[in-house]
Design a protein around this ligand. Structure first.
Ligand code: ADP
Ligand code: MG
Length: 349
């Protein structure tokens, strides 16, 4: 049987709720001259068809490295996956045959990066770059590939696509270039898109437009979407679920509304307190004190303990596992997990 049939087929198989990707206890480290940087320390998250998962955390928390491990583009060496599984539709990408793995990473999961200008080839027209995949993977002629490129440009609402298909990347604005990256990601009709800070380089208004476009396309095709960001404000409107990362671990997951209303980790609370809110005009923002730890030397116990305003003895020695949260009757709170020993106290203020 062909790998295409084994691993899921086309978009008609994108039934909302179908599990697409499951990262399970992933560990990644970088062996550098200064020591071993433990960039990812047991990350688990999953995303289903039709779901948008936002991965949130300060710079250096391991968000991009996790995505690079999924896509097979880790900087190796010095980087190395030292444990865990990455399941695509139940099949482990880390152990499946190389042909199937290339197919998944080349066509079923697509990635969008922050910097379109360095992802696009400056000396080839955008039409050529958009059409190339159809020539390589679908046996399209040059003319057919050009037509598909125009369709994709229309799809991401680049004005006058037919007139602009021969233009080069530098002839487009930053926002339009990011639309071209989205078009490129869509070209092979992937099940899942991973967007790593896709709007960070753009103006605030353009950010919102690009984010809306991404969300709209994701809804239309029922794709899974992983949005990596350091800025909760950018993803709040489009995410279903949020996973908060700190020092290479997930410290909290929650449906977006619950996370806003009742965070269950002091780090999340700190992140929320540092966002400007319209309803609290004029009040001081509370930035989290201190800096994220060096991944060469992650603190004992809870990695957040040096910055936590609720720290207790137990936090200094005992690593808190990410556990499902339960209510007073012991029933699980849907989608909610926290890696704080004292999540109950945090949740109740
Ligand atoms: P972010 O959450 O900002 O996306 P990254 O996942 O890019 O953070 O990086 C997490 C950490 O992994 C970095 O702070 C660094 O210690 C380490 N790291 C990432 N890439 C490399 C590399 N190419 N070489 C050495 N260390 C790296
Ligand atoms: Mg990053």
């Amino acid at each position: 049987m062909d790998v295409v049939e084994v691993i899921g087929g086309g978009r008609e198989n994108l039934v909302p709720g179908t599990p697409l990707l499951e990262v399970d206890d992933l560990h990644v480290e970088f062996r550098t001259r200064d020591g071993v940087a433990r960039a990812v320390n047991g990350v688990s998250y999953s995303v289903s068809a039709g779901e948008t998962l936002a991965v949130l955390g300060e710079s250096g928390s391991g968000k991009s490295v996790t995505a690079q491990a999924i896509m097979g583009i880790l900087d190796t060496p010095p980087g190395r996956i030292t444990g865990g599984r990455i399941l695509y539709r139940g099949e482990d990408l880390l152990t499946m045959g190389s042909r199937a793995r290339r197919f998944v990473r080349g066509q079923k999961i697509a990635m969008i990066f922050q910097d379109a200008l360095s992802s696009l080839n400056p000396v080839l027209s955008v039409g050529f770059q958009l059409g190339e995949m159809f020539q390589v993977h679908r046996g399209a002629s040059r003319k057919e590939a050009r037509e598909r490129a125009i369709e994709l440009m229309d799809r991401v609402r680049i004005p006058a696509a037919r007139q602009r298909v021969g233009d080069y990347p530098h002839q487009f604005s930053g926002g339009m270039r990011q639309r071209i990256m989205i078009a490129m990601a869509l070209s092979m009709e992937p099940d899942l898109i991973i967007a790593d800070e896709p709007t960070t380089a753009l103006d605030v208004t353009v950010q919102a437009q690009v984010m809306d476009l991404l969300a709209e396309l994701q809804h239309e095709f029922h794709m899974g979407l992983i949005l990596i960001t350091h800025d909760l404000g950018v993803v709040a409107d489009v995410a279903d679920t949020i996973a908060v990362m700190y020092a290479g671990r997930i410290v909290e997951t929650a449906p977006v509304r619950d996370l806003y209303a009742r965070p269950a980790h002091p780090y999340t609370r700190g992140l929320l307190d540092s966002i400007p809110r319209l309803d609290q005009k004029g009040q001081n923002l509370h930035a989290i004190k201190g800096l994220p730890p060096s991944l060469l030397q992650i603190p004992q116990g809870c990695a957040f303990n040096p910055r936590c305003d609720r720290v207790q003895d137990r936090c200094l020695s005992e690593l808190p596992p990410l556990v499902p949260m339960v209510d007073a009757e012991g029933a699980e709170l849907p989608g909610r997990r926290s890696a704080c020993h004292f999540w109950r106290e945090t949740l109740h203020g």
